[in-house]
Write a protein that binds this ligand. Sequence first.
Ligand code: MN
Length: 712
Amino acid sequence: MFMKERLNTLISSVVAYAPKADVALIRRAYDFAESHHGDQKRSSGEPYITHPLAVAEILASFKLDVPSIAAGLLHDTIEDTSATLEDIRKEFGKEIEILVQGVTKLARIEVQSNVTQQAENFRKLVLAMSDDIRVLLIKLCDRLHNMRTIEHLPMEGARRRISLETLEIYAPLAERMGMNSLQEELQDLSFAQLNPDAYQSIVERIQHLHQLDKNTTALLIKDLQYILKKEGIQADVVGREKRPYSIWKKMQRKNVTFEQLSDVIAFRILVDSVADCYQCLGLIHSEYFVIPGRFKDYISTPKPNNYRSLHTHVIGPNQHQIEIQIRTWDMQKTSEYGVAGHWKYKQGLSSKKGTQYPWIRGLLDILKNASEADEFLENTKLEMFQDQVFCFTPRGDLISLPRGSTPVDFAYAVHSDLGDKCRGAKINGKLMPLRTELRNGDQIEILSSPLQTPSPTWERFVVTGRAKAHIRRFIRARKFSQFSTLGKSLLLREIKDSGEVLEVHLKKVLEHFEVKTLEELYARVGEGLLNAGEIIKISRVKQKNQGVEEGEDIPQALSIKPSKAKEALEIQGLIPGMAVHFAGCCHPLPGEPITGVVNTGKGITIHTSACELLEQFEKEPKRIIDVAWGSASSVEHVGRLFVMLSNKAGSLGTLTTLIGKNEGNIINLKITRRHYDFFDMIIDINVRDLDHLQHILASLRACGIVNTAERV
Ligand code: MN
């Protein structure tokens, strides 16, 4: 019954700072966790329940509220047992469910790649996923207990990975929240794993120096106490060994050996008021030799995480350099508990974010101002991270994107080439549409193909400027080249009537039309902004006026040969959607006569020659051009059918199966009317050409349930 005793001790420690705490709730959470973890064991061989219990104990040491303590007890039940979030909600309510869910989510984003390079992004990801700051506190306490017991993990690789993650991600988060003691312990535990030799030798040296300086330390404490008492200042003086990891950092930072590091013991003076702090400082500075340049006033200028203290270095007894920190009890509490120290226990109040928890605001301010790394990034607020989403590459690199981003944004963020060649995406191993909105922690694999090019439709759903710019640039370039090809064809066609025109002469009219290159001239014709006939006319006038200049090699300049011009413009090779559009009114198909209409700024729209819409262009004959299908194009065309179908079970299935069997891909289907015995519907089908469509129509008509089938 050892565990029950620990539970009782936990409960009494909670009641000590929160007399009205819901003790029964804590007991229920414990029972739930214990029965669900059952006889699961930790690597150490201890019952699993010892871990959540220890986490709850650590949370209680920070005086956290009952929901946090309960969530601490329950935090591994979702990940490791048969319990579900719904069970948690039913048993313990929404608030605790959200906390447990938050910790569970965090457990699933293990650091996957080189931590150091991406540490800042990971810290942000952790913050972004901790919607409630208590989630982060529980996670930190969970990590602390795991680090305290890490030597039981059998695999060295796992120990190293977890330690590195702790050092790079969680210790800095603890620091930013001002929880110094938590931060220091996490650092030392990680350091011991990551660099056991250095850790061991520093620990031994500290002990050695401590033995040597034992008398000095005692002497100095006595001295300080005497000096302060003489002036009537109430103060506690403690000598405190510096932590191995902070010594190690100092050795690296200052490039000194351990022998040269003299101040391994820091002295701390704790007083009641800020005024006392400065008075202490004055007394010490008049009593000891002060080392210049080492004095720091974090009271008038607190550290970003709200750390406040005076630091000074003096030469003490035996010519030892010593560091003295002077602060109030209040400042000490802040430096140990950080955010948790701001905790005001409020029994029975609902937890509406930001109102009941004023310390959340405090934390936001801390995070806002914290960290040098952040200064390179525009946004540091916790709220701002909510506007971001963090996703992994298959290699485990972390990519940060604005919220609402899609796999296309992700692809462009990785590399612009990957964006341009992107044809699909797997999100967490599953093939998903490119427009899918990404979520925190998603792993994205971009499928690419060298044949793929950016699609204009992407522009509608991408959110990053980078993706937008690349897509637009690509489309602009492609439009230009297509309009240019089209324009050149239109000019070629015109030459048929006008006789020979030399490219050199076309070049001479560039200025007249205010364009710089021939391609630009062609593009303007293709776009319908310039008229081909007009250009030829002006060009011929110029030709007549100026004649061909002497010395010009006329035959070679002949780049446009009228003999090559065809009567009708072939639309083959012009990709629909840019310079050429197929009319939505008549859905022309390869194999039937077509007519083109030039639209200013939009290129050419292709109608069937029988389309009624063409009548309205009779007054503008210049806009009408002869076009013809080129040889087999790979582009899919839309055929629109009207079908009247028997209204009975399964008939729609029969119809679609039939179309499918004939290799028609239905892209749209709309029921326009429903009679007692028949359905009217419009079906759009992707087909190769007119023959293909007629083949499908014939098979439909041959089918018993189809009353009518015809092209619209
Ligand atoms: Mn855990």
